[in-house]
Ligand binder design. Structure first.
Ligand code: PYC
Length: 426
């Protein structure tokens, strides 16, 4: 039986290798995975932003609630914003019980996503290490570990020897400029292939009936007597009673169109990738003190990121200052990487809120919902954000899992202080 299965697997591997070869040599093009449509003059729901949040919302609206008269509008191409500019790190080791519960549901959805979407999203559970280089950060790691455990999330504080066992190339000696005193170890953390997630959600949402419109810029939102009535776009006007702002980088500009002010400032975050090398780094490594995180993709490249730039801007260009700082910091952690060459660098836009938690749900304008303020943690939240926003639309009220993230929390003074669990110091 096992032999038959192995033979079957070998057969299907041969088949896919042949299919790939045929596509490369003979076929003219891969079939498109989602369709193009004329922009209808009316939709039940319009989602602004064709990244993972907007696409996941369209998918769960259809799958969980049977709402399919939905348009996703993007001024560029699907996944071309924050969804294509992040470092694809997944984890749920947050600091507040609200954050832990929320991101843990996302991790759960990510784990089953390939089967759910029938699309290989290359989810890879790697373990996630947040290094502590001072007593103060070790204290925060202990705090996070306790909050995580109470919520049933696997996290613990480990010592330098255990860090060395997990990452043999790490310098854990006391000669390091910033010696490693310990780390928060979170075994369920990992990485995923970001564009596969976007394409998987796009294909599934399209299949269930949503219309995905690229190159369609929203230029205005019509509000009458406190209610949304439609959107204006570069391809014409669309009537709708319900608009979801699922943008990153442009969240405040889109909210302004509906007359909603958001406590958000936008900062670039830079990242870079090296040439591919033999796999040596299984775990995702983060150092808040050194403002850096590192992981190795299935292709062998090291992906590096930093904290946000220290000034608000909409620039998506990389800078030499970032590259120099990044290289120095990575080498302080793993000195043997000196010969590694950087292939490319880029920046994404991060909408930062005062408490480092997102803003989700209804606003004072009827029919204008927000899924914004994703700072440096939006990609990992995509599945749960989509699921929760879809429920918000379908039921007319925010589900429990996002009830603490409402816009009114700032006026009520009930912030969700998540800064201590941001990937790196800000
Ligand atoms: O919050 O894990 C995180 C993260 C990684 C990269 C940027 N943010």
């Amino acid at each position: 039986m096992a032999d038959t299965r192995r033979a079957g697997a070998r057969g299907s591997a041969r088949y896919s290798a042949l299919a790939l070869l045929r596509h490369g040599v003979v076929s003219h093009a891969w079939p498109p995975v989602w369709r193009s449509h004329d922009l209808k003059r009316r939709y039940q729901v319009v989602i602004i932003g064709g990244g993972i949040h907007g696409l996941a919302t369209a998918y769960y609206l259809a799958r969980n609630h049977g709402i399919t008269d939905v348009a996703v509008l993007d001024k560029g191409y699907l996944g071309g914003g924050g969804s294509g500019r992040n470092t694809a790190i997944l984890r749920s080791n947050y600091l507040t019980p609200e954050g832990v519960r929320f991101y843990d549901r996302s991790l759960e959805l990510y784990q089953g996503l390939a089967a759910d979407l029938n699309f290989n999203v290359m989810f890879s559970r790697r373990g996630h290490l947040t290094l502590a280089h001072s007593d103060a950060s070790l204290r925060t790691m202990r705090w996070r570990a306790e909050v995580n455990k109470v919520s049933g999330v696997d996290s613990e504080v480990i010592g330098p020897e255990e860090v060395k066992r997990l990452v043999p190339r790490m310098d854990v000696s006391d000669q390091a400029r910033y010696p490693i005193l310990g780390a928060l170890y979170h075994p369920p953390g990992g990485i995923v292939r970001h564009d596969a997630v976007v394409w998987g959600y796009a294909r599934a949402a399209d299949h269930l009936g949503a219309h995905l419109h690229q190159d369609t810029e929203v230029t205005g939102i019509d509000v009458s007597a406190g209610r949304v009535t439609g959107v204006r776009t570069s391809r014409g006007d669309v009537a709708t009673p319900l608009v979801i702002n699922a943008t990153a980088g442009w969240a405040t500009l889109v909210a302004d169109m509906a007359g909603v002010r958001l406590p958000v400032q936008t900062f670039p975050l830079q990242a870079a990738v090296t040439e591919p090398v033999k796999p040596f780094l299984r775990t995702v490594v983060v150092s808040g003190t050194l403002h850096v995180y590192v992981s190795q993709t299935a292709r062998g490249e090291l992906v590096f990121g930093a904290s946000v730039d220290p000034f608000a801007s909409y620039s998506t260009r990389g800078s030499l200052e970032f590259t120099e700082g990044l290289a120095g910091h990575v080498l302080q952690l793993m000195p043997s990487l000196t010969k590694l060459r950087l292939l490319r660098q880029w920046a994404g836009l991060c909408d930062m809120t005062p408490d480092f938690a997102p803003i989700m749900g209804h606003t004072d304008v009827d029919g204008f919902l927000v899924d914004v303020g994703w700072g440096t943690y939006g990609f990992k939240a995509g599945p749960v954000a989509g699921e929760a926003m879809a429920a918000c639309v379908a039921t007319g009220s925010a589900p429990e899992i996002i009830s603490s993230f409402g816009l009114d929390r700032f006026a009520r003074g009930q912030l969700v202080g998540e800064k201590g669990a941001a990937a790196v110091g800000h």
